[in-house]
Design a protein around this ligand. Structure first.
Ligand code: MN
Length: 740
């Protein structure tokens, strides 16, 4: 290593060398002389190329590619080629080294990998650079899946080291990760990566929620371990009799999966029974795996009573991402439900490392390989569709990550694959947009069905068209694929354009009748009526939503101007491109409520998103809409992930100011058992203790359960959280949450 150019600080030199040695140690496969030489060369080029760069944390940049290479080999199980590509993955983008240099020194294969990992340069003009770049990475999926796997390792290391980034950057990267990288990791069977992605995302997007679960897991660790040991002890003897080498692990589930359960089930932490799973890994040859797994199952269910509905057999029929395992839930000591996962060493490696491990065992189970191929085929089809812009592509790609898809047939018997949940109308648009536009009725298996009928496997579909038919707004609710949705929106836009032209003509006539110039006055009218642009004004005129009476204006020569009285049309609700509606806040009432990028929000026109109703104290960000106004979302908003991931460049930092002095109205839902006398009284008493003003209180009882909805005027988030805690502690109350 004597010729390696090195930074000046001797301690850093040692640090770099140590991490490089660590990388070499992590490579499990037997390296040839050539491999070793190539890795060393890649390392030296990378050290030199990045010698002047530092990461945000201040450490030498080169530590990043070295660590990415280590993740590739140690955590994903990739070989020396990937190690070389990973070491070089940032040099073309960030330094003077060119792709040609790499091709000359390392050959075509490595060059292709590095090219796939290099971002499109800034001369590539696009509205959505992130989406375009991601599409580029995915376009390599068919020829060499390693690009995507190295990209995953890159993302994982960046997520692990997000700490030194600015908060907005953290939010952006975390959202992008949970939007696309985590589902992709899942699809590729990289469960360990997926879990870590989700945990790291939660830690950033909802820090206090994450910490709370982590703390509770820690607090319950001892008693949980005690229980797991007792559970295992109960069946050790019987398992030993099988004469199959095995090991048992009892592990808590990941923080993010526990968080999901808390959210979807709405129960407190203490009531989640499956906080951990017990895994039995057996060491048998591939031929005997299946029968050995079932033998273990048989032993366990001799000892503990199984819950039959929870038996999942992915040993006989692996999941479409290649996952193989036999899961069951049994009733353990003390009547607790315990999930047990039974699998072989090979299955376990595949479950942990996914795709790469698959290749290692290629040929063991042909069926798994085929499911992958089918999926890769569908990705290839997506990539071939040239009409699609990058965002559309990402959104359809995401659909392909979930669900198996359904198979339906044309009247001629041709098979068509659509995502699960697709409707009859989706099918029509899938044939051709012209067929979609003119659909008047659809028959499934010779029976008429509504256009919104959700397709089932094996349906045979016949679409009837009529040239006078055209899409309307309702159609958007009847489709799920982005293809149909885009086509319908296009058609509606076209129709609006024609409609607006009538309004334009009408206005033109009116102005010229009063000897007024159109161009000179039109923008004044747009502003006067409070529209965003001319198009909206024309449309409103043509639909009779507004009446323009020129007598109500002053005329100075050839120009219109305001009389003293100004009547403006108020826009109360606006919709954006995602179909969300927003409510407008009167800015004078909320003076200096917010800081946007450190400046008082009074300067901006902003709205609170109605999808998540941010309240003072919530963790928030501002999003620049296409209309150039700002919308404030909570970082935990269900839409935020998509917004941050797809349009990260439109995100601005937003903070609350003077949280304590701004009152807001919030709804609380209180659930409990009905048999407590005076329950209403004790709830109201407790609210009064906080000195809060009750705006309304509604209560419904049903079969011994009551649900109360209280509207309160609160001062800040801390106060609300304190109240929620107090109410939760009342006898008869089982849960309290924020309503929406
Ligand atoms: Mn990188």
């Amino acid at each position: 290593m004597g010729t390696t150019p090195q930074p000046n600080d001797p301690e850093e030199v040692l640090l770099i060398q140590r991490s490089y040695r660590n990388l070499l140690k992590s490579i499990k496969s037997n390296l040839t002389k050539e491999d070793k030489e190539m890795i060393r060369q890649a390392y030296e080029i990378a050290v030199q190329a990045h010698s002047k760069q530092r990461r945000k944390s201040g450490e030498p940049y080169i530590l990043h590619p070295i660590e990415v290479a280590r993740i590739c080999t140690e955590e994903i199980g990739l070989g020396p080629t990937a190690v070389v590509a990973a070491l070089l993955h940032d040099v073309v983008e960030d330094t003077d080294v060119s792709l040609d240099d790499i091709r000359k020194q390392f050959g075509d294969k490595i060059c292709r990998l590095v090219d796939g990992l290099t971002k499109l340069d800034s001369s590539y003009n696009s509205e959505n650079p992130q989406a375009e770049n991601f599409k580029k990475v995915l376009s390599t999926l068919n020829s060499d899946v390693r690009v995507v796997l190295i990209k995953m390792a890159d993302r994982l290391h960046n997520m692990r080291t997000l700490g030194s980034m600015k908060r907005e950057k953290q939010l952006k990267i975390a959202s992008e990760t949970s939007y696309i990288y985590a589902p992709l990791a899942h699809r590729l069977g990289l469960y360990k990566l997926k879990t870590e992605f989700m945990d790291l995302c939660l830690k950033i997007l909802e820090p206090s929620f994450y910490q709370e679960i982590a703390r509770k897991l820690q607090e319950t660790k001892r008693s949980r371990n005690h229980y797991i040991n007792e559970f295992i002890k109960g069946m050790n003897e019987q398992l030993d009799e099988l004469n199959v080498p095995y090991k048992i692990i009892g592990r808590p589930k990941s923080i993010s999966s526990i968080a999901d359960k808390l959210k979807t089930k709405g129960v407190p932490f203490e009531e989640i029974y499956d906080l951990f799973a017990v895994r039995i890994i057996i060491d048998v040859e591939p031929k005997k795996e299946k029968s050995a797994c079932w033998q273990v199952y048989s032993v366990i269910t001799d000892v503990y009573t199984p819950v039959p509905e929870r038996l999942k057999d992915w040993v006989t029929m692996p999941k479409s991402n290649g996952y193989e395992s036999l899961h069951t839930t049994v009733i353990g000591p003390g009547g607790r439900f315990v999930e047990v996962q039974i699998r072989s060493e090979r299955m376990d490696e595949i479950a942990e490392k996914g795709f790469a491990a698959h290749w290692k065992y290629k040929g063991v189970k042909q069926s798994t390989q085929n499911v992958f191929d089918t999926w890769l085929d569908s990705v290839r089809m997506l990539l071939e569709d040239k009409d699609k812009d990058a965002l559309e592509f990402i959104s359809e790609f995401k659909t392909s990550l979930y669900g198996e898809g359904i198979y339906v047939y044309t009247p001629k018997g041709d098979m068509v694959t659509l995502p699960k949940g697709a409707t009859a109308l989706d099918f029509a648009f899938n044939i051709h947009s012209d067929v979609g536009y003119h659909t008047i009725s659809i028959k499934i298996n010779n029976k008429l069905v509504p256009m919104s009928y959700v397709l089932e496997n094996g349906d045979q579909i016949q679409v009837n068209t009529n040239k006078n038919q055209k899409p309307n707004e309702n159609w958007l609710k009847m489709v799920i694929t982005s293809k149909s949705r885009t086509r319908i929106k296009q058609a509606l836009k076209e129709a609006n354009k024609i409609q607006a032209d009538y309004g334009k003509e009408e206005l033109f006539r009116k102005l010229s009748n009063s000897k007024l110039d159109f161009e000179e006055n039109i923008d004044f009218l747009v502003k006067h009526f409070g529209f965003k642009n001319r198009f909206e004004l024309f449309l409103a005129i043509s639909l009779d939503q507004i009446k323009i009476d020129l007598k109500k204006f002053k005329i100075d020569g050839s120009k219109l101007s305001e009389f003293k009285e100004v009547q403006k049309v108020k826009t109360e609700e606006v919709s954006d491109e995602l179909g969300n509606t927003y409510y407008t806040i009167n800015p004078t009432k909320n003076k200096s409520l917010l800081l946007i990028n450190g400046e008082s929000a009074d300067k901006f026109s902003f709205q609170f998103a109605s999808c998540c109703h941010p309240l003072p104290g919530d963790d928030i960000f501002a999003f620049v809409t296409t209309a150039n106004t700002l919308k404030i979302h909570r970082t935990s908003c269900p839409n935020s992930e998509h917004l941050l991931a797809s349009y990260g460049y439109r995100v601005l930092k937003a903070d609350w100011t003077n949280v304590a002095t701004t009152a807001f109205i919030e709804e609380l839902i209180i659930i409990g058992s009905d048999n407590g006398p005076g329950i209403i009284q004790s709830i109201t008493e407790n609210i009064n203790k906080f000195g809060l003003n009750i705006k309304s209180f509604k209560i419904d009882g049903n079969e011994g359960i009551f649900e109360g909805t209280v509207k309160l005027e609160m001062q800040n988030l801390d106060q609300m959280n304190a109240l929620i805690r107090t109410l939760k502690n009342l006898p008869y109350v089982s849960n309290v949450r924020r309503g929406n």
